[in-house]
Ligand binder design. Structure first.
Ligand code: TTP
Ligand code: MN
Ligand code: MN
Ligand code: MN
Length: 377
């Protein structure tokens, strides 16, 4: 089947957690198109189709070279008829009509804008659109009752839709570490989410906090929040208590897909770095107000884990979301195990499998260890 030296056939294992996916994506045009269709499916409440497109995109992200011909894709997993058609159109015609018409559609644009408001999910956005609210101006004017999160989301819309840089993430990390150290000396703070995977920007900054002595971490979130509030750092916060009980809520139970850690979903008020690029003017994207405001709003997630669950929490909060989903699918379908951010349960042995590191969890699952920088599926 070889058509000369340039022609490459690809081969990848079927679960994203079985392969390495770095940030160096050689097929960004194709994966952007498939991601847009995934967004659109999810925004339309079709989660199954959304996952199918995300799995297809993830396969292309794992390829070492750009795809030039659909025949190279023969035998690859997760590429359904629909995804293959989109790929073929882009390779042959330079674009996919379906992708471009979706991108331009009023409904897609409205759903993107409205779900871009922190605190607004697909169902709310869909309801607003049916009520004739399709943009932020209408949302501000006609004012359906907004909850506290949505009010904050609307108020800080521009800041929260501007990517967080690695430098900003580091500045936030310093603040969080100071807060944690002053309310619970000895506690450890770890940067998770996209930044732990090596991403250069993110939509928020994620932290996992623990203490080497089990139990000492209890009630840490309210204390950290009080400290941050007294320093004037918080624009918004919503905390949740830990509600995990092994056995009752263990991964063998259906409720396990929900995290039950102590968490705080928040918006930080981050002072702007004045020294950054002296002589450099604000880009056109920054309006006059944005340029003069001496701070910006940044979404921050804080999660507290007992040390006995730390490895599972670290693995669960590092992402990517598809990588996590694939780990759980692998565990369930290939190993008869249930994986959550709290624990790993072996359904055949009817017991929990302990782990003190991510490496041990991969080993329990019979998977080669994939480091965070290669989990960008
Ligand atoms: P996100 O912060 O949503 O995503 P990200 O950090 O990969 O990307 P971005 O740069 O855009 O912020 O989620 C990070 C991980 O946290 C993700 O793997 C899913 C996990 N997570 C949970 O386990 N439970 C939750 O309730 C949420 C919100 C996230
Ligand atoms: Mn065509
Ligand atoms: Mn994140
Ligand atoms: Mn997050």
């Amino acid at each position: 089947q070889r058509r000369g030296a340039e022609f490459v056939m690809f081969s990848v294992p079927s679960y994203a957690c079985q392969r390495r996916t770095s940030l160096d994506n050689r097929n960004a045009v194709l994966t952007d198109a498939l991601s847009l269709l995934a967004d659109n499916a999810e925004l339309s409440g079709d989660e199954g189709r959304g996952v199918a497109f995300r799995r297809a995109a993830a396969v292309l992200k794992a390829l070492p070279k750009p795809v030039t011909d659909t025949t190279q894709l023969r035998g690859l997993p997760c590429l359904g008829e629909h995804s293959l058609r989109v790929i073929k159109d882009i390779l042959e015609d330079g674009a996919s009509d379906e992708v471009e018409s979706t991108r331009r559609s009023e409904r897609y644009k409205a759903l993107k804008v409205l779900t871009g408001v922190f605190g607004v999910g697909v169902k709310t956005a869909d309801r607003w659109i049916r009520e004739g609210i399709r943009d932020l101006q209408r949302l501000r004017d006609s004012g359906p009752a907004l909850n506290r999160a949505q009010q904050a989301g609307l108020q800080h819309y521009d800041d929260l839709n501007q990517p967080v840089t690695r430098a900003e993430a580091d500045a936030i990390a310093e603040i969080v570490e100071r807060a944690v150290a002053s309310v619970l000396p000895g506690a450890q703070t770890t940067l998770t989410g996209g930044f732990r995977r090596g991403k250069l920007t993110g939509h928020d900054v994620d932290f996992l906090i623990t203490h080497p002595e089990e139990g000492r971490e209890e009630g840490l979130v309210p204390k950290v929040v009080s400290w941050l509030e007294s320093e004037g750092v918080l624009l918004y916060q919503k905390t949740a208590r830990n509600s995990y009980l092994e056995g009752r809520d263990g991964p063998g139970r259906p409720s396990s897909s929900m995290d039950r850690f102590e968490t705080c979903f928040s918006i930080f008020k981050l002072p702007r770095e004045e020294k950054r690029g002296a002589g450099q003017t604000h880009g056109a994207a920054c309006g006059p107000e944005a340029g003069h405001k001496p701070w910006r709003a940044v979404r921050v997630d804080l999660v507290v884990s007992p040390v006995s669950q730390f490895a599972f929490a670290l693995l669960g909060w590092t992402g990517s979301k598809l990588f996590e989903r694939e780990l759980r699918r692998w565990a369930r379908h290939e190993k008869a195990m249930s994986l959550s951010s709290h624990a790993l349960y072996d359904n055949k042995q009817r017991r929990y499998l302990r782990a003190a590191s991510e490496e041990e969890i991969f080993a329990h699952l019979g998977l080669e260890f994939i480091p965070p920088s290669e989990r960008n599926a």
